[in-house]
Design a binder for this molecule. Structure first.
Ligand code: ATP
Ligand code: MG
Length: 330
């Protein structure tokens, strides 16, 4: 402004005018720019607020879980799908289409099949993340909709593919499963879930808050903490959705160990992407396009020569390929 006014002042010889004009602009340009900056911040704040409000409204408008007035207690630790169909809101085709199977108490059932087959959907109907469109899901011989939600939650522990940890300490994250658990019990669950290496590398061990100051966990590490949570919960029925994203064999081996602790003497419904983990299952249910394509033990299904036997062949080829590739490198 001074540069602009100076030539004018020199030309006209009006130095008094120059000084008043300069003072005027010096004061007002500062006021105007702060005012503009304030308006800009206010607009940004309003945008943030309206997004937040929309999200709050979305949560508030979500239909509440219907709770039965006459809850029945589950009789045992079995899980049964009776002619279950389920369509996601807004979807055209059902994610599950007349699915029926039963897992007896103490048995391990594996859900396998191509991506998008409906495995995660089936698993999430057990703790009532959604309710079936038709048919019924029964835990202990009682429709999950006829069970007290708290009783159902005590009965079922679950680890899902996309489990997120809270922005809280590892201790609190694990203790969410059972708020009255002692520090020692949480420590034991973490050890059983093979999390000792995670704890030693974090600055405050179990008290480190995840998600702050560069303390982030990898997908595999996060799933191990989620497993510790499920182990601490000590529920008789376990639903496990193995994540696909762990490429490194070390993490995978640790997760397998943690799985073994969690699934001992329990009714297990496990979704496995690596067929090597399902060989020992009491029954294998093959889901494709939302339907039960086949069902049986590993030996029976390989014998039957259907979808599972083809998946098994592909799996073996992949393993073989990895071994040969490894040898060539050496
Ligand atoms: N929240 C959702 N809303 C709408 N459709 C969904 C939702 N989640 C899954 N689907 C659809 O339902 C079908 C079954 O998905 P699901 O996640 O159960 O498959 P999956 O067998 O677990 O697959 P993957 O092996 O990749 O985990 C898919 O067609 C998928 O696109
Ligand atoms: Mg899935």
């Amino acid at each position: 402004m001074a540069l602009l006014l100076a030539p004018g002042a020199i030309k006209s010889g009006n130095f008094a005018g120059f000084v008043t004009n300069f003072a005027f602009y010096a004061v007002f340009s500062a006021i105007i720019s702060t005012a503009l900056a304030k308006i800009m911040f206010a607009v940004a704040g309003m945008m943030l607020a309206s997004t937040a409000l929309a999200r709050i409204a979305q949560v508030m408008n979500a239909p509440t879980l219907t709770v039965t007035k006459t809850p029945q207690a589950p009789k045992d630790n079995s899980v049964e799908f009776k002619d279950v169909s389920f369509t996601y809101e807004g979807a055209d085709i059902p994610a599950l289409d007349h699915v029926s199977f039963r897992v007896a108490p103490g048995q391990t059932a594996a859900l396998v099949g191509p991506s998008g087959g409906g495995k995660t959907t089936a698993a999430s109907l057990i703790p009532r993340f959604w309710d079936v469109s038709s048919g019924s899901v029964e835990v202990g011989g009682v429709d999950v909709r006829e069970t007290d939600p708290h009783v159902l939650m005590d009965q079922v522990a679950f680890v899902f593919q996309n489990d997120r940890l809270f922005k809280a300490s590892i201790l609190e994250n694990v203790r969410a499963a059972r708020p009255d658990a002692t520090r020692e019990e949480v420590q034991a669950a973490l050890s059983a879930a093979q999390c000792d290496d995670i704890l030693t590398k974090l600055p405050d061990g179990m008290d480190t808050v995840i998600g702050t100051e560069g303390t982030y966990l990898s997908g595999g590490e996060q799933q191990r903490v989620a497993l510790a949570r499920a182990i601490l919960k000590d529920a008789p029925i376990v639903v496990l959705d193995e994540a696909t994203a762990f490429a490194d064999p070390e993490n995978e081996a640790l997760i397998q160990k943690a799985f073994a602790v969690l699934t001992k003497d329990r009714t297990v419904i496990m979704i496995a992407h690596r067929l090597s983990t399902v060989i020992g299952a009491d029954r294998i249910i093959v889901l494709d396009g939302g339907r039960v394509e086949e069902e049986g033990t590993h030996a029976e299904l390989v014998q039957a020569g259907g979808l599972y036997s083809r998946m098994w062949e592909d799996y073996n080829k992949a393993v073989q390929w990895r071994i040969t590739a490894g040898e060539e490198v050496r």
